[in-house]
Design a binder for this molecule. Structure first.
Ligand SMILES: [Zn+2]
Length: 234
């Protein structure tokens, strides 16, 4: 009898392990690739500057001028409605060698959106960018970093990589430039993805902060690259 109990327990354990393994496989299959930072083990330490929420006629040109001055490239996670409103800025971003990523069309809070609405919104932003630049974004950044199961499902189905960040400059909160500087200096490492914005209401500290953090990071030996260069080399 005792032997029978042991055998039954053994079969139960095997069955549970079987179920766990398969649910794990199903979860993996539904998940998109999500990147926070990516460090290459060879070559110089590389980092990616990223700008969300634009383009915007007040700040995007200022930021592009600064990037041009330092001869570095960045990635702009653009909002589709702004892309349609300011196509010339999108053309300039692409022409000057920067990368464009998707930051949704409306910048809505995605946790409250249905799978269907979310799919439409993300596709509409991709369409707007592709229409102007000729290439469809391969990277997506969810507004406010809200990375729901629906978002992951859509990105997984369209082979789009979700790009989060590892250093938040908090420029969006109008953080004083000295604090942005200290935060970036303390927290930037090989492979860091730095979050900034090319649209913030009222007075944005971003252009002035960039004038201080870019020389500091260059001095520390970092190479500035786009997100694709960071993730794929080149
Ligand atoms: Zn945003």
């Amino acid at each position: 009898m005792r032997r029978l109990n042991r055998a039954a327990r053994y079969i139960c354990c095997l069955f549970a392990a079987y179920i766990l393994f398969f649910s794990f496989c199903i979860n993996i299959a539904a998940e998109a690739q999500i990147i926070y930072r990516y460090a290459s083990k060879t070559g110089p330490a590389r980092i990616a500057l990223t700008f969300d929420d634009g383009p915007h006629p007040k700040y995007t040109p200022l930021i592009l001028d600064i990037l041009e001055e330092f001869e570095i490239h960045a990635t702009f996670f653009a909002v589709g409605s702004n892309v349609e409103a300011y196509p010339d800025l999108v053309k300039r971003i692409a022409k000057e060698g920067h990368e464009l990523g998707n930051h949704t069309y409306h910048h809505n809070h995605m946790a409250k959106m249905s799978l269907e609405d979310l799919t439409q919104d993300i596709n509409r932003c991709n369409d707007a960018i592709e229409k102007i630049t000729g290439s469809r974004p391969r990277y997506f950044r969810p507004p406010e970093g809200v990375c729901t199961k629906n978002v992951q499902e859509i990105c997984s189905a369209t082979n789009t990589t979700i790009v989060m960040w590892s250093v938040d400059t908090r420029d969006w909160a109008h953080t004083p430039i000295s604090e942005i500087f200290q935060n970036v200096r303390r927290n930037t490492k090989n492979g860091s993805i730095i979050l900034m914005h090319d649209f913030i209401g009222k007075n944005s500290p971003t252009p002035q902060a960039l004038r201080q953090i870019i020389p500091m990071l260059l001095e520390l030996g970092y190479e500035f690259v786009t997100v694709s260069q960071l993730l794929e080399g080149g």
